[in-house]
Structure formats: structure tokens, C-alpha cells
Design a protein around this ligand. Structure first.
Ligand SMILES: NC(=O)c1ccc[n+]([C@@H]2O[C@H](COP(=O)([O-])OP(=O)(O)OC[C@H]3O[C@@H](n4cnc5c(N)ncnc54)[C@H](O)[C@@H]3O)[C@@H](O)[C@H]2O)c1
Length: 310
């Protein structure tokens, strides 16, 4: 039985990962400042610490009984749009957290860290599946912070902390925060179906790569068994290239109530499109997404309507 730390355990991805680690019989400590997460998401059986990973005092309270076998650093302000509200806060909470955690890992003898990075590190790219060696020119403060974190992880590799940065594409699925209207393309559009109008910021010919939560969790877990993933950045996509207009059609087809789409405005830092080349993730992690978009959307819609009653 191993002991793991999961940051952001009260959020969408962190809670799913924490639950999966517990289901495998491991011990899990979780930390979260509950800025966008919820106590009810914290999986039963995890030891929970409330704290900001970007503040040193959090680490004074986190005293693992033995060195963590790995730290999964999932906590973060997760919206590119929100990063424009206060770039300094974004830097402190997202990138500062990574530096604090790396120092904490070094001091407490943890030698493995897996990081929730993002496709936002790439910025605008040619319309071809993007590889990890593409030049990174992030278009949001959020993406800059994720890229900086990846570099800090690389530097700490020299001090014996093996890390993997998973560049997650658009993650969706049951457990996503359906009330957050500034993060998560699928969750935002799906939550508006019941109102009869899906208001879309940006053009329908934008394109993304949508990856189901279970596939993301499998990718994080696979890092533990695949030393080839150490010291790398790896794309974690799912659907391949899907136009936003196509996503909307699929959602309208799923909806129990009639709905129409309105396009207006745009999101700061938004890009036309991006989708993942998964060759390296397949080679280093054995990662192949298993849930296709229609099955994933149907499962998420069933979960959403089951709890919202509509
Ligand atoms: N959801 C996606 O599509 C996506 C894509 C790429 C990368 N990511 C990254 O994955 C991670 C998790 O995203 P999510 O979708 O689960 O978002 P989320 O908002 O549901 O979860 C983030 C969690 O981290 C907590 N948190 C935020 N800042 C913190 C801090 N400084 N200290 C402690 N806790 C803090 C929040 O309270 C929340 O519980 C984030 O780092 C995000 O940038 C997500």
C-alpha cells in the first residue's frame, strides 16, 4: 500500500484521481483550498487538509507519516479566462504552488511528482495534431503559468525529483463543476441546455480535443508504472479534432428539451483550435483513450440530468 498526496482533491479531476487511488487500496492525503472545489467531492477515506498550495504555512501542517510515494499536483485555478482577471494572483496560486510543492517534496523525501499541465502551453498552432516538441507560445496567463511550472519541474529533476507533466486537453465528464461558467467547454454548454439557449462565446469553426475523465485518471495512474514517462511532458487528448459546432450538434441531439445556439462575443486568450498527437503518450505511458465522445457525453448528460432533475 502506497501513500500519495493529491492536491486539488476537492475538484473535478483531483477527486476522481483520489477516488481511484483509494479504490486500488492506497492511502491518500488530499489538500485543497476549496476556492473552486467542494468538500462533498473529497473521496471518503482520504485524509483532508484545507490549505492553499501557494502558501508556505500549508506545508507546515502537512506532515506525512512517511515520505509520499508520489505527489499528484492537480490543484490550480483552471480557467484561462479567469487568469486575465488578476495575472499576479494566477502566478501565485498556480505557479507558486508548483514551486512550493517541489521544495516540500525535496524536504520530505518524495521523489515522484505528476503534474496536471495543460494544452494551453502551446498557444496557437498549425491545424495538425500537435506534438510535445512544438514551440510553446501560450496565449493566456494561465498557459504561461503552466509552462513555467513544467520548467520548474524539469529543473528539480536535477535534484532527484522525477516528474511528468500531463498536458491535458479539454477534460469533461461526470463530477465536473456545472455551475462554473468560465471553465469547461462541455460543462458550460451542457448546463445551458435546460434553459433552451446555449450562449457560445467564439466561433463554431473553432476546434478542440475532448478527453473523458476516466481516460485522464488512467493516464495519471499509468505514470506510476511507466518510468519512461519520467522527465517528460505528454499530451493527454481523447476525441481528436472536433469542431465546436459539431460538439454543439451532439449536445443538442442529446438534450431532453429543445434548445438553440446563439453565438456572441469571445473569450480573452482563446485560440482557434488545437488537438493532440498521442504518439508519445502511447509510447511512454501505454496511453490510448477508451471513451469516445458520444459515449462520454451521454454518460455525463445522464449524470447531470440525474442530479439536476432536468
Ligand atoms: N478541466 C480541464 O479541462 C483541464 C485541462 C487542462 C488542465 N487542467 C488542470 O487540471 C487541474 C484540475 O482542474 P479541474 O478541472 O479539476 O478544476 P477544479 O476547479 O474542479 O479543481 C481544482 C481544485 O484545486 C483547488 N485549488 C485551486 N487553487 C488551489 C491552491 N492554490 N491551493 C489548493 N487548492 C487549490 C480548487 O479548490 C479545486 O478543488 C488544474 O490544475 C487545471 O489547470 C484541467
Amino acid at each position: 500500500m502506497a501513500l500519495y498526496l493529491v492536491t486539488g482533491i476537492a475538484g473535478f479531476i483531483g477527486s476522481a484521481l483520489g477516488g481511484a487511488l483509494l479504490a486500488q487500496g492506497h492511502e491518500v492525503d488530499g489538500v485543497d483550498d476549496l476556492s473552486t472545489g467542494f468538500m462533498e467531492n473529497v473521496p471518503a477515506g482520504a485524509a483532508f487538509f484545507r490549505g492553499d498550495c501557494g502558501e508556505s504555512e500549508t506545508y507546515a501542517r502537512l506532515l506525512p507519516k512517511r515520505p509520499y510515494d508520489a505527489i499528484f499536483h492537480i490543484a490550480g485555478q483552471s480557467s484561462g479566462e479567469v487568469s486575465f482577471d488578476d495575472p499576479l494572483r494566477d502566478l501565485r496560486t498556480n505557479t507558486g504552488s508548483t514551486l512550493h510543492l517541489l521544495r516540500f517534496a525535496l524536504e520530505t523525501g518524495c521523489r515522484r511528482l505528476v503534474y496536471a499541465s495543460s494544452m494551453s502551453v502551446y498557444g496557437e498552432q498549425p491545424d495538425a495534431a500537435v506534438r510535445e516538441d512544438a514551440p510553446c507560445r501560450p496565449m493566456s496567463f494561465y498557459g504561461v503559468g503552466k509552462l513555467a511550472s513544467e520548467h520548474y519541474l524539469r529543473i528539480y529533476g536535477r535534484y532527484g525529483i522525477a516528474s511528468t507533466s500531463l498536458r491535458l486537453f479539454n477534460v469533461y465528464g461526470p463530477g465536473q463543476n456545472m455551475g462554473n461558467m468560465r471553465q469547461g467547454m462541455v460543462s458550460i454548454y451542457m448546463s445551458m441546455l435546460a434553459d433552451g439557449v446555449v450562449r457560445v462565446k467564439g466561433r463554431p469553426d473553432r476546434f478542440r480535443d475532448f478527453v473523458y475523465i476516466d481516460d485522464v485518471v488512467r493516464a495519471f495512474l499509468a505514470c506510476l508504472d511507466h518510468p519512461e514517462s519520467e522527465g517528460r511532458e505528454l499530451n493527454i487528448g481523447g476525441s481528436g479534432k472536433v469542431l465546436v459546432g459539431d460538439l454543439l450538434d451532439r449536445l443538442l441531439a442529446l438534450s431532453k428539451t429543445p434548445a438553440r445556439v446563439e453565438f456572441a462575443g469571445e473569450t480573452p486568450g482563446d485560440i482557434l483550435g488545437i488537438h493532440a498527437d498521442l504518439t508519445l503518450a502511447r509510447r511512454c505511458l501505454g496511453y490510448v483513450p477508451r471513451t469516445d465522445l458520444d459515449a462520454g457525453l451521454a454518460a455525463m448528460y445522464a449524470w447531470h440530468t440525474g442530479r439536476s432533475g432536468g
